[in-house]
Design a protein around this ligand. Structure first.
Ligand code: FES
Length: 162
């Protein structure tokens, strides 16, 4: 027997499932809806989705972990997405990542409170690597000083840190 909690995440997940007729075929859309609402996929919401759609938690977890865009942990206020595919690696992406981890005191792909770093695998800007994506804005030829400046600029725009 599954015991569902009556958390905000559970209620919202039930509502989103209902919007899609509680249809298991709509799992992807439902997960997008849950993530859009919370910024990530809370465990309680995943459990509720599985129960409501009458599918296994393993099925839900499999889909949630297969797609890179789904986040299972709460995300930092700002995410700096750094390309580490071959062309960007050839022009210093790994060095940029190492410097960014040191500067922002966070490991890549491990979340963070204020700033998070996320590895990407080609942003379509190969000729201008290392490439970085922040808030859907693409930057090229990024070094650590430019990355700090980009971070500060976007934080200012968001009304966060300066
Ligand atoms: S390899 Fe980095 S943008 Fe394509």
């Amino acid at each position: 027997m599954v015991t569902l909690l009556n958390t905000i995440e559970d209620q919202a997940a039930r509502r989103i499932c209902a919007d899609y007729g509680d249809a298991p075929d709509a799992l992807l859309e439902i997960l997008h809806g849950v993530q859009h609402l919370h910024g990530y996929l809370p465990e309680t919401a995943l459990r509720t989705v599985a129960h409501t759609l009458n599918i296994t938690r393993a099925d839900v977890h499999g889909v949630a972990t297969f797609y890179h865009d789904f986040k299972l942990k709460k995300q930092a206020a700002q995410t700096l997405k750094i390309c580490r595919a071959e062309a960007c690696q050839a022009v210093g992406a790994n060095e940029l990542i190492a410097a960014a981890e040191k500067a922002f005191k966070v490991k890549i792909d491990e979340g963070g409170l204020t700033v998070g770093l996320e590895a990407m695998y080609c942003l379509g800007n190969c000729a201008l690597g290392p490439a970085v994506l922040v808030d859907d804005r693409l930057y090229g030829r990024v070094d650590i000083e430019k990355l700090k400046s980009i971070s500060a600029k976007h934080a200012k725009k968001a009304g966060g840190r300066s």
